[in-house]
Design a protein around this ligand. Sequence first.
Ligand SMILES: [Zn+2]
Length: 359
Amino acid sequence: MVLNLGLLVSKCMTARLWGLTQRKMSLLEGLAKTWKGMVSEEKSYRELRQAFPNISALYARNASFKRKSANDPIYLETQDFRLIDTKKKFARWFVRIPIRKGVAVFAPLRMRKRDSLELPSVKIHDSKLVKKNGMFELHLSVSKEVEMNYAYRSVFGVDLGERVMATAVLSSDASNPAPKFYGKNVRSIRRHNAWLRKRLGERKILRVIRRIRNTEQRTVNVILHQISRAIVDEALANNAVIVLGDLEGIRSRARGKRMNRIIANMPFHKLTEYISYKANWEGIPVITTSEAYTSKTCHNCNSEGRRVNQGLFRCSACGHEYNADYNGAANIGKKVERLLEHVSLRRASGSTPIRGAIF
Ligand SMILES: [Zn+2]
């Protein structure tokens, strides 16, 4: 079976520098200020290198630096700073950031609870020093090779949709209609902001419009991280594999120009990405499946039914009515359970593994 391979998973870890004395704070601020000044003056690589002999100016030439944002991060290469593992439970990690010859800032790092920096299995690639809300943070791009857990007991079917971003059903609950809904508020946030922008657009206040768009993106992004985290935690707690309806399915379900536009602008791709890397990091496989048919099938009797409106599904055979999102998610769960049964039966009998569209 091709399934039992380690997978290289990357993600970003954010760690806050804490317990900074005034002196350390001003050293870092000085560094940030000088760096920002140099960057916005578009100094050459050589000039940057001279001003920051201890900090690689590798990214200084990066075009993205030319937009002068208030919070330009300082890029640190892995050889520039050092992470120190004290192996203690409290304040385990320290960072040492060189400022200039003979001067460095040494500070403890506050990691997020679930971010464990198990070196050397976790590799650090790229790091940025960012000032945010008056604090300094270290943003680490890390990766590790994860052994996927294919000995899961159940399937967590996740259906993406416009009304509710994600509706999920656990296969072991297939007969017990207890779907979980994630991101009910995304649509209303987006609609409200679209309406605001439109109103402002009539008065051509482009700066304000841009600000609203940025705020919305940040708000939605935070929600997407929460949704993906909650889904992964649920899968973890139930020893489940995650099965995601793919985006083609959503598109084929959309009817009309307006709906198509809304769907195209929903951050499904981002959500899918967040779920995938968070799940994979924990060793949970994520499988995508076409859900194109799921909206038309009754999960109860497998007959064809239809959506009487956006939220309600009615089966023409058994006459039952269900929440349409729930019906979709239950179908995904059932479909995958059938497939997995099939796969394990074939594996048990020693025949060739299936390499279908699913895996
Ligand atoms: Zn039915």
